[in-house]
Design a protein around this ligand. Sequence first.
Ligand SMILES: *[C@@H]1O[C@H](CO)[C@@H](O)[C@H](O)[C@H]1NC(C)=O
Ligand SMILES: *[C@@H]1O[C@H](CO)[C@@H](O)[C@H](O)[C@H]1NC(C)=O
Ligand SMILES: [Zn+2]
Length: 307
Amino acid sequence: MQRHLIVQIFLPSFLKICTGADWCYQSQHTCATPCNGPEKWYHANKDCEGRAQSPINIVHRKTLPDERLTPFQFRKYQDSFRGLIKNNGHSVQVNVPHQPYVIGGDLETPYKVVQFHLHWGKNGGPGSEHTIDGEQYPMELHIVHMNEEYSKLEDALKDPIGVAVLGFFYEESLSANRKYDPVVRALQTIMTTGANTTLVSVSLEQLIPPQQNLTNYYRYKGSLTTPGCTESVIWTVFEKPIPLSRDQLRVFSDLQFKDGKPMVGTFRPVQPLNGRVVYRSGGVVVVASTAILMASFTMAMGLSQPN
Ligand SMILES: *[C@@H]1O[C@H](CO)[C@@H](O)[C@H](O)[C@H]1NC(C)=O
Ligand SMILES: *[C@@H]1O[C@H](CO)[C@@H](O)[C@H](O)[C@H]1NC(C)=O
Ligand SMILES: [Zn+2]
């Protein structure tokens, strides 16, 4: 009884302190806004200053080919679902019913989808979390999966390999990617923090590149890229980006943080490797370079033809 009473008295004031010192991105940090930027995330959670943090800069030359990194099999990714899409004050997140899952890619068990969310810059400027040889892409998609034995993400996060995140970059394309219309349309109704709507008839497959273009990827052990920064993530970062037009990329900057300011720069700076090794899928290197050779050959032929 007494314990219950204490909780009732203390909980509201505790919550107030927490929101007063909420974590934020670098882009939000101003003298007038007393929030904890990435350098102070360890105030929110000690794990944020751990030795296996994400994101990282991937230096291709230093990655090691690993033939165990076979292509993934994306199961039920083609199924349409209804999912809650929400502006959560830090990003836009879509909760996915737990049916789709991945196998392969040197994962020991199937990992099922929990949610996906994005990280972006300002009006299509640099905004990805991971960088490749120092290059930052305009946006990055994180499809969060957990080991199939768990039913709650918080349980999976207690397991050092409980979570697998698939990361996809975006690149600016000249034409709009029509497969993103439902997401872009939904964004326009969830501009303010806390707003949500239902995303209907979208499949994960339509949001990522075709499977045959997903054989090249990087792999390392890291963490969540937001507090609590839990180091329980097997990271996969795919080389092949998703095309979106500049206008489509810009719509993300119309979302708003809690204070009404534009939700831009929603990425954590890259973290030290601290001796970690980044592996790359290796079994298809020859095929990939043949494709590139063929492409440049075709292009050279095209260029040398009089028009
Ligand atoms: C979605 O928004 C409604 C208000 O429009 C709110 O009552 C509800 O709690 C929100 N749901 C979630 C999961 O945030
Ligand atoms: C994507 O896959 C198709 C079919 O295998 C192939 O023709 C194309 O070259 C691939 N593109 C890239 C960039 O890998
Ligand atoms: Zn993320």
